[in-house]
Design a protein around this ligand. Structure first.
Ligand code: DOR
Length: 314
């Protein structure tokens, strides 16, 4: 029976044989890591969010594995936009795999500078503008300032004609769900990706009476089990508010086929795996694919469309 089950999905005209991808930031900083993901069962790969120049990022220790997930304050260590753009140009569409190019400027000008490079390049895949990094000291998350989001999108779409996705921070209030959706519906955004880590959490080690990461006095972005209900809420609430032309990538708390099933029920077109991919590496894509196929088989579903967005209320 299982041979009939398909995990294929798409964002606009971009086809993915498998809905699973890595989340930006995890095992995607070098071409070697990116190639490993492209060689796995994943439907493609996402590059580490790039800045205009190479960056060392924050001081270590800057990431800590926790029983229910992770906390990180990496501070965007990356090899710079030219490195990832070259990889994206060379690998996009090869063997039917998509490369998503992630960019995270530290100012509107840096974002525009990088997106101009992308526009002028031969890269014809999806670009993801990260408006939600919580870990650069002194820089707040643009995604929480709706006027700033409007400004960056207005400036971007004056020249950017390629498909653009946005990586957004988690929202927690219905005013925020409404506010961000009103802005996004005014622009030709191809997709959104929710959520980035829950910013500025604080993990305490009672044994040492200390924080567990060094940057920003211990404050950092939470991922893993801690964030799944928040991620599902954002996928669901934004699916209910955004124009159907805007696709949604669900990210947050995925470590099993059942987690993926729940994200798709809430309306996710694709999903990305961060913390759990960091722990397990590329075999996770095969494991989770099998688990999801088994769930779909038991429930009599053959495609993701059979249950996408069909979450029931009581
Ligand atoms: O949790 C995160 N960590 N989200 C980002 O967008 C960037 C990353 C980092 O490099 O700090």
């Amino acid at each position: 029976m299982q041979t009939k089950i398909s995990l294929a999905s798409h964002i606009g005209d971009y086809k993915f044989d498998n809905l699973l991808l890595n989340a930006a930031g995890v095992r995607c900083s070098t071409t070697d890591e990116l190639e490993k993901t492209l060689d796995s069962m994943a439907g493609g790969c996402v590059t580490k969010s790039a800045t205009p120049e190479e960056r060392a990022g924050n001081e270590s220790p800057r990431m800590k594995a926790l029983p229910l997930g992770s906390i990180n304050s990496m501070g965007l260590p990356n090899h710079g936009i030219d490195y990832y753009l070259k990889f994206a140009e060379e690998n996009q569409g090869q063997n039917g795999k998509q490369v998503i190019l992630s960019v995270a400027g530290l100012s509107i000008d840096q974002n525009i500078e990088m997106l101009k490079k992308v526009q002028e390049s031969a890269f014809d895949g999806l670009t993801e503008l990260n408006l939600s990094c919580p870990n650069v000291a002194g820089k707040s998350q643009v995604g929480y300032d709706f006027d700033a989001v409007r400004d960056v999108l207005t400036a971007t779409f004056k020249f950017f004609k390629k498909p653009l996705g946005l990586k957004l921070p988690p929202y927690f209030d219905f005013n925020q769900f409404n506010g961000i959706s009103e802005v996004l519906n005014d622009f030709p955004v191809t997709y959104i990706n929710v959520i980035n880590s829950i910013g500025n959490g604080l993990v305490v080690d009672p044994e040492t009476e200390s924080v567990v990461i060094k940057p920003k006095g211990g404050f950092g972005g939470l991922g893993g089990d801690y964030v799944k209900p928040t991620a599902l809420a954002n996928v669901r609430a934004l699916r209910q508010r955004l124009d159907p032309r805007i696709s949604i990538i669900g990210t947050g708390g995925i470590k099993s086929g059942m987690d993926v099933f729940e994200h798709v029920l809430c309306g996710a077109d694709l999903v990305q795996i961060g913390t759990a991919f960091g722990y397990e590496g590329t075999p996770i894509f095969e494991r989770i694919s099998k688990e999801l196929e088994e769930i779909m088989d038991k429930k009599g579903y053959q495609t993701l469309d059979d249950f996408r967005g069909k979450l029931k209320t009581i």
